[in-house]
Design a binder for this molecule. Structure first.
Ligand code: ZN
Length: 407
C-alpha cells in the first residue's frame, strides 16, 4: 500500500459523468492515488480503500465522487453510526492548552453569542442535529430559546424531547420546513450534504428578516486526515466555504479558522449586498494541497507500517480519526491506544485497550500520527525511558513553497 511511485501520486485524470458540487462545472480532476488509501468513518471506525477524490479545476472545491458505490457506502456508515463511541457518547473535549478542556459545543455557543450578540427568545434550527449535542448545549445556556432540529430520521427524537426549549424535529427536505428561524446552524453537516448550494439556499430562505446562517465544517487545509473520512463528501477550505455561501445567495458576515482547531466557522445572512460577480477561489492551490496531503499520507503509512511490523509491543497515540485510521493499516500489530482524554482511558476502541500515557508498557513503540510539529511536541512531552515514540515524516516542503508562491 505504501509503495506508491511519485508518478502515480501526481496523476490527475479528467472525470466524466460528474460535475462540481460547488460551481456546477464539469471540470473535476480525479487524484487516482486516493483509491488505494484505506479510509476511516466520521464516527471513527476503519473503512476500506476504494474512495474517489477529485478537485475542481474551476473553483478548487475538493470533493469525493458520489457514485453508486459511495452512496451505498454512506448508507452503510449512517446505518450503524455511533458518534463518540470511544467515550460512550460524551463529546470530544477541545484541549486549548489553557485551563480545563471544554466540550466543543460549549466553545461554539460562546463564539456564536459573541458574534451575534445575545438575544433572548431566539428561534434556532440545527440542521443535521444528530443526537442533539449542540442543541443540548444551547438548551442549557439559553433556556429561553426555541430549539428545532432537522435530521434524516426520527431516531433521536426521544432524547431531543427531553431538552428544555425543544419544539420540533423535521425530517423533510429543507425547503419544506414549515417555519422560519432567527438562527440556522449546520455543525459538521454541510460536508456530508449531496447538494450543498441548494441546501444552503433553501435554509437561507427559512431565515427571519435579520436571521443568520452559521456553518461549521472541518478545515481541509489544516489536516490531511479530512480527505480520509469516507463519508465526508466535501472538503472545505476558507475560500471554498465562502464561495459556497455566496453562491447560495448569502452575504458573508464572518469567516474564521481560529475558533476551534482544524475547524472553519462561517456566518452569513440571506441576500447579497453587492451585485458583483462571484470570484471563484484559485484552483491551483487546492490541487497542490491535495497532492501534497496524499503524498504525506502515503509516506506516513509507510513509516508507521515499518515500525509496527518490527515492534514487539506496538501502540498508537490517539483514538480519534488519525489513530483509528492508522489502526486500520496495522490491526494485527496494534496492542493498545494511548489517550489523554480521561473519558476514554480504561475503555476499549476496536477491541484494543485505551491506556493513559503513564500506563504505556516498558519496551513499547508508540506511533504518534499527528501533524509533524504537534507529534514532535507530544513525543517530547511524554518522553520516558523504555518507551520509543515515532513521529510522521515532514510534509513535502517543495509543494508548500509552491503554494506560498501562489498565494
Ligand atoms: Zn467547481
Amino acid at each position: 500500500m505504501a509503495d506508491r511511485s511519485s508518478a502515480l501520486l501526481n496523476t490527475a485524470t479528467p472525470v466524466v459523468g460528474h460535475s462540481c458540487r460547488l460551481c456546477g462545472k464539469a471540470t473535476l480532476q480525479e487524484l487516482e492515488s486516493f483509491r488505494a488509501l484505506p479510509r476511516v468513518t466520521s464516527d471513527c471506525k476503519p473503512w476500506s480503500a476504494g474512495g474517489r477524490l477529485a478537485v475542481c479545476t474551476s473553483c478548487g472545491a475538493t470533493q469525493k465522487l458520489a457514485d453508486a458505490a459511495w452512496l451505498a457506502e454512506i448508507a452503510a456508515i449512517y446505518d450503524s453510526y455511533t458518534i463518540y463511541h470511544q467515550s460512550q457518547g460524551a463529546e470530544q473535549p477541545i484541549f486549548s492548552g489553557q485551563g480545563a478542556p471544554l466540550p466543543r459545543s460549549v466553545q461554539l455557543a460562546d463564539y456564536l453569542t459573541q458574534q451575534l450578540g445575545r438575544r433572548d427568545r431566539l428561534s434556532l434550527l440545527d440542521f443535521g442535529c444528530g443526537t442533539g449535542a449542540a442543541l443540548a448545549t444551547f438548551a442549557q445556556q439559553y433556556p429561553d430559546w426555541a430549539l428545532y432540529g432537522s435530521e434524516l430520521s426520527v431516531k433521536s427524537l426521544p432524547a431531543l424531547r427531553k431538552l428544555p426549549g425543544f419544539v420540533d424535529l423535521f425530517t423533510c427536505p429543507p425547503e419544506k420546513i414549515p417555519a422560519r428561524f432567527d438562527l440556522i446552524t449546520l455543525i459538521h453537516s454541510l460536508e456530508h450534504v449531496l447538494e450543498p448550494i441548494g441546501t444552503l439556499a433553501a435554509l437561507a430562505g427559512k431565515l427571519e428578516e435579520a436571521g443568520h446562517l452559521f456553518v461549521q465544517v472541518p478545515d481541509c487545509s489544516s489536516t490531511p486526515y479530512d480527505l480520509l473520512i469516507a463519508d465526508h463528501l466535501l472538503h472545505f477550505s476558507s475560500d471554498t466555504l465562502r464561495f459556497a455561501g455566496e453562491r447560495a445567495g448569502c452575504t458573508t458576515i464572518a469567516l474564521s479558522d481560529a475558533v476551534l482547531p482544524k475547524e472553519l466557522n462561517w456566518i452569513g445572512r440571506a441576500g447579497r449586498n453587492t451585485p458583483a460577480p462571484l470570484c471563484p477561489p484559485d484552483p491551483r492551490l487546492a490541487l497542490a494541497r491535495a497532492r501534497r496531503q496524499l503524498r504525506w499520507l502515503y509516506a506516513l503509512a509507510g513509516a508507521a507500517e515499518k515500525v509496527a511490523v518490527n515492534s514487539r509491543c506496538f501502540g498508537i497515540f490517539g483514538s480519534s480519526t488519525s489513530g483509528t485510521w492508522l489502526y486500520g493499516l496495522v490491526p494485527e500489530q496494534t496492542q493498545f491506544f494511548v489517550d489523554e482524554d480521561p473519558g476514554r482511558i480504561g475503555r476499549q476502541h476496536m477491541g484494543v485497550p485505551i491506556v493513559s500515557a503513564e500506563a504505556i508498557p516498558d519496551g513499547a513503540d508508540v506511533f504518534v500520527p499527528l501533524l509533524p510539529k504537534l507529534a514532535a511536541s507530544v513525543a517530547t512531552r511524554l518522553r520516558r525511558r523504555g518507551v520509543r515514540f515515532f513521529v510522521p515524516p515532514q510534509i513535502d516542503s517543495e509543494i508548500s513553497q509552491h503554494e506560498a508562491a501562489l498565494s
